[in-house]
Design a binder for this molecule. Structure first.
Ligand code: UD1
Length: 417
């Protein structure tokens, strides 16, 4: 099993181009089954999860070609509506196929995705929305069997602005009969990217990114070419790497508007951030200030996917900070590992109190989940001595060549067996 070996204490420098967004490309790839034609997806990140989604598409009968620049999916000849159980187990995002398969074929059989490292992750909101559009769902023996003669538009109020539920409902509504309104939808930028992709193939969707999404069902969709939006979480991770190592870095292919909440916290810590259109330069202070409180929230609040990385940075601030995780119930596993590196953190339920220390020290630690693993890498970059991070498969799910990215900026990091 591969591990990262990091020798900490090096300053980083230079410029890095941010890759396409994982959380945009996964629903978009799933959505490529909907048009029964060709979808060309550019600017995608090269990730294990992307390869798993491609495998799922191929198992359904899609032809998929992946080149250096593009993924080309031809979904004309899909021959099954059953999603391979082992692939669903490998990747939760396979549930994004529910909407598109129901829209095109009126049926899907998929195993229940279950919980994961960061929480229980129920899908009740997805199912409630689909039922309101006429889908019959039976749940038995760990499988969900869904079928519908013709999806019908509906007015759906989401009790919580779930990203996945919003996307599945949008996908179902595209070919439904009549108008669908989604009230209290998730407003994440990835929802806007999905809207743009679907509208590119002829869908009629308005309002993604606002508090009401309106979808007029259409009869058919056409071929499409789309460029994936930049990954705001990778951008935030690299800015955090700069802050924790007190290094000046410039990132390109970033949309500053997407990470305003992260930028504002880095500024509170004393970082200077210079914005240009698609570029951000960060100049960290010699001593990072603590922050009173960071609370994770749905967009445009502080992203839960940036919580672990910011906790690592706060470990080296000159005082005590409080971080509250409101989105997922089990997302502080990295704190125990950080404590092995000398961090002083107390976790009580959903609240972490982080007392800044002067120095972290290298240790052998283990990545328990994707963003928590990235947080350990950041700590390793700043720590005195050598850090070994086990279970990097979690990190590789969300970062396209993370080690090479950091190496390019001057970090001493390598993959060992
Ligand atoms: C997406 C992102 C993930 C990010 C999360 C929150 C992808 C592939 N993943 O996940 O990286 O951390 O948004 O920004 O885009 N919930 C329910 N019932 C449901 C659905 C969700 O109770 O039917 C709860 C979840 O358990 C969680 C909260 O709602 O506590 C937010 O989940 P959701 O927004 O759905 O996240 P995902 O779409 O799974």
């Amino acid at each position: 099993m591969s591990k990262y070996l990091i020798t900490g204490g090096r300053k980083l420098r230079g410029e890095l181009e941010i890759s396409g967004a994982k959380n945009a490309v996964l629903p978009i790839l799933a959505a490529s089954v909907i048009n029964g034609g060709v979808s060309v997806i550019n600017g995608f990140p090269n990730l294990r999860d992307v390869d798993i989604m491609i495998k799922i598409l191929m198992s359904l009968g899609c032809k998929v070609e992946k080149t250096y620049n593009s993924i080309i999916v031809n979904s004309r000849n899909i021959f099954t509506h059953e999603i391979d159980e082992s692939l669903v187990r490998e990747m939760r995002s396979s549930i994004f196929l529910m909407g598109p398969m129901l829209a095109r074929f009126g049926k899907i059989k998929i195993s229940y995705p279950g919980g994961c490292e960061i929480g229980h992750r129920p899908i009740d909101l997805h199912l409630k929305g689909l039922r309101e559009m006429g889908v019959e769902i039976t749940e038995a023996h760990g499988f969900l069997e869904c079928s519908v003669k013709k999806l019908r538009g509906a007015e759906i109020h989401l009790d919580y602005p779930s990203v996945g539920a919003t996307e599945n409902i949008m996908l179902s509504a595209v070919l439904a009969k009549g108008k669908t309104l989604i009230r209290n939808p998730a407003k994440e930028p990835e929802i806007v990217d999905l809207q743009d992709y679907l509208n590119g193939m002829g869908a009629k969707i308005r309002g993604a990114g606002t508090s009401i999404i309106e979808i007029d069902g259409v009869d058919s969709l056409s071929n499409v070419e789309h460029r994936i939006m930049p990954d705001r979480i990778v951008a935030g991770t690299i800015l955090s790497a700069a802050a924790i190592t007190k290094s000046e870095i410039t990132i390109t292919n970033v949309i500053p508007d997407h990470i305003v909440s992260v930028i504002s916290k880095l500024k509170e810590m004393g970082c200077i951030i210079i914005e240009k259109e698609n570029e951000l330069k960060i100049i960290p202070p010699s001593v990072l200030r603590p922050v009173d409180i960071i609370r994770t929230l749905p967009y445009p609040g502080f992203p839960t996917d940036m919580q672990p990385q910011i906790v690592s940075v706060l470990c080296l601030a000159s005082g005590t900070s409080i971080v509250t995780e409101t989105v997922f119930e089990n997302r502080f596993k990295h704190t125990e590992e950080l404590m092995r590196m000398g961090a002083k953190i107390k976790v009580d339920g959903r609240v972490a109190v982080i007392k800044g220390v002067r120095e972290l020290t290298g240790a052998k630690v283990s990545a328990k989940d994707l963003r928590g693993g990235a947080a350990l890498v950041l700590a390793g970059l700043a720590a005195e001595g050598t850090t070994i991070i086990e279970n990097i498969k979690h990190i590789e799910r969300g970062y396209d060549n993370f080690d090479l990215m950091l190496k390019k900026l001057g970090a001493d990091i390598k993959v060992i067996d």
